[in-house]
Write a protein that binds this ligand. Sequence first.
Ligand code: CP
Length: 327
Amino acid sequence: MKTNSDLSKQKYMEKHNFVTIADLSKERILYLIQMAREFERHPNRELLKGKVVATLFYEPSTRTRLSFETAANRLGAKVIGFSDAKASSVSKGETLKDTILMVSNYADVIAMRHYIEGAAQYAGEVAPIPIINAGDGAHMHPSQCLLDLYSIYKTQGTLENLNIYLVGDLKYGRTVHSLITAMRHFNPTFHFIAPKELAMPNEYKLYCKEQNIKYQEHTAFNDKIIADADILYMTRVQKERFSDLMEYERVKNVYILRRNMLGLARENMKIMHPLPRVNEIAYDVDDDPHAYYIQQAQNGLYAREAIFCYTLGITLDDIRNDKTIID
Ligand code: CP
């Protein structure tokens, strides 16, 4: 006969990977946003008490790793992992498969960032525990995408029918690729603003056509071009993705958003950026009411609490009925 403790264990054993935003239906995205909202109301709970979360970062990170770890801590879990693969047995030649299988012996869920596109997908196929993709090369960054969607929903009151301007490194930018994929459910109009060297790849333009997503391309970046924006999503030109550093030098400062460019902006317009920024948003923008990138990063905590629960089979009802809130 199963005890209550067995049943509760079984409930939390349902494995959901979180490796690509393309897997998520519109209903699932809205459901996760509701979860994030619950965590914004009460971030400190013991829903993951007794669980161990692993964070494996093969690439540098500040926000993603620390907000995943904060999310785990605020939910009562313990955290293990590495922030620098060189300090692990990866430096002795251990394969990704073996590392994932080893860590699966110790943890209940793994959040991992890797420089190879598809690494998280592969890990999800070999691991007996849920895998969360914390960024794979220039491919996807689904947890960033969920926090971006939550930020858009909070600031605009909806995800439907918005004008979204993506600016900067649209070639290598996994956050903009993820956002396009997720927004297919919500009838957006995209504007892609990039120099030709960093233009949106054809595969994503083709994807827009297949999904009936409207888009326009621009190379100019000025107050008139962005006047209709609901969301102005700035991105960093990512030096680490360039094989030719001369090309990086040519494009690194191509667009810089300054406060004097915001005079024609819509009142509801919010400036987002996955961060870190280098030069692409001048510091005089930080005090402007349109600036939202710092709050956006804070939303990452609530979104990542939701992702841990989702991967471990904890439902929105479980969260709403939760009696472990610590105020
Ligand atoms: N947005 C983001 O992925 O930031 P980090 O690289 O600091 O994690």
